[in-house]
Design a protein around this ligand. Structure first.
Ligand SMILES: C[S@@+](CC[C@H](N)C(=O)[O-])C[C@H]1O[C@@H](n2cnc3c(N)ncnc32)[C@H](O)[C@@H]1O
Ligand code: SF4
Length: 384
């Protein structure tokens, strides 16, 4: 049975973090009943377009879905069960901000059916949390993790590293402290400065200085070393887990399986019986999305069939992020062509010779040296 996931986007946050370019909005008030109705309606429309599928994962992302009324979370999970067959071991993840949760809210989210919680901790240092514009301090973060561990069968949390002025030893200590309180999954992201965020003009005028490439690479190497030693190796560039504890929903993106996207700005990929994959994208603006759902049953901004080359590029781009690499068999099934015929032969040979890629006739993998150079590798593999 192939994996099939449902992504549900909750677009609201209590405040906007200065680094974040996710589709998140600060709203004065949220009409929870209207939002519940709209999300359920788009879910129903999606169900009518995907008959016969079995749902293997649901992911509530954001924004801050821990701000969603848990009754809405429950209603959406219940509706998935009515619309599709659901795998016995379905993984249901919800992203939570430690500043928006307490024991009661966690218990309600768990009772709604969520069995995996992913929390945005970002740092274990109060000064850094202030710099990152977070509403919670380190103690609240630690408390939220302890609480979540008691309530949810599976938990993970996010940290942001490669921050301005961050030294190797400082990061090692913070990471070791994080590992000591982690369960079996961690997401460790290098800070990136995105256009349109509050950090963008600040970085441009020198209000802070980002680590240079060499230092960022040293921080990345250190991250691999410390997590591996602790039994939480990377299974994807920024995601670490004990074997078997990988996030199945995110694996589905990287392996190129189908998923339905619900809510403002959500993306999805659905493959038809002829093997054609269509990409859909919902309107990003919360109110426009909601109006469209009311009028048309879905807030779709775009739905396009992916050309063979586009699909191939996407599968390679995603698959090479994984430590396991890209499966040639999986590629053949999903792209309808041989992996070797989709890649530029000279580029592939060059990347193998330079030991940026490894190829064992089934998996094409980046080597540790290649993992930091993914964009350059892709340029070599695909005809320009
Ligand atoms: C949707 S948020 C997680 C849940 C919740 N909104 C929160 O922030 O607590 C997704 C994660 O992406 C990461 N992230 C977002 N923007 C980033 C950036 N510019 N650089 C590095 N990590 C980033 C953060 O670690 C964040 O926790
Ligand atoms: S990092 Fe999380 S809480 Fe902060 S603005 Fe982005 S989605 Fe919202």
């Amino acid at each position: 049975m192939s994996a099939f996931g449902i992504y549900i986007h909750w677009p609201f946050c209590l405040s906007k973090c200065p680094y974040c370019d996710f589709n998140s909005h600060v709203a004065e008030s949220i009409d929870q009943a209207a939002w519940r109705k709209a999300l359920l309606r788009e879910l129903d429309t999606g169900a009518s377009q995907t008959p016969g599928r079995t749902v293997t994962s649901i992911f509530f992302g954001g924004g801050t879905p821990s701000l969603m009324d848990p009754a809405t979370t429950a209603a959406l999970i219940e509706r998935v069960g009515r619309n599709w067959r659901v795998a016995d071991d379905v993984e249901i993840t919800l992203e939570a901000n430690p500043g928006t949760v307490d024991a009661e809210r966690f218990a309600d989210i768990r009772a709604a059916g969520v069995n995996r919680l992913s929390m945005g901790l970002q740092s274990l240092d109060d000064a850094q949390l202030t710099f990152l514009g977070r509403r919670h301090d380190a103690a609240q973060g630690v408390k939220a993790v302890e609480l979540a561990r008691r309530i949810f069968p599976r938990i993970s949390f996010d940290l942001i590293y490669a921050r301005p002025g961050q030294g190797l030893e400082q990061w090692r200590r913070e990471l070791e402290a994080a590992i000591a309180m982690a369960a079996d999954h961690l997401s460790l992201y290098q800070l990136t400065i995105e256009p349109g965020t509050a950090f963008h003009p600040m970085a441009a005028r020198g209000a802070f200085v980002m680590p240079d490439d060499d230092h960022a690479a040293a921080l990345f190497e250190l991250t691999q070393e410390v997590t591996e030693a602790a039994g939480l190796p990377a299974y994807e560039i920024s995601n670490h887990a004990a074997p078997g504890a990988e996030c199945r929903h995110n694996l589905l993106y990287w392996r190129g399986d189908d998923f339905l996207g619900i809510g403002p700005g959500a993306h999805g990929r659905l493959t038809d019986e002829a093997g054609v994959t269509r990409a859909h994208r919902r309107h990003r603006a919360p109110e426009i999305w909601r109006n469209r759902v009311e009028q048309q049953g879905e807030g779709t901004e775009e739905s396009v069939a992916l050309a063979r080359e586009e699909r191939a590029l996407e599968l390679v781009m995603m698959g090479l992020r994984l430590t396991e690499g890209l499966s040639a068999t999986g590629f053949r099934q999903r792209a309808g062509q041989e992996l070797t015929s989709a890649l530029r032969p000279e580029g592939l040979r060059e990347m193998l010779d330079q030991y940026f890629l490894n190829w064992n006739n089934e998996f094409l993998q980046t080597t540790p040296k290649g993992r930091l150079l993914l964009n350059s590798i892709l340029q070599e593999l695909f005809p320009r």
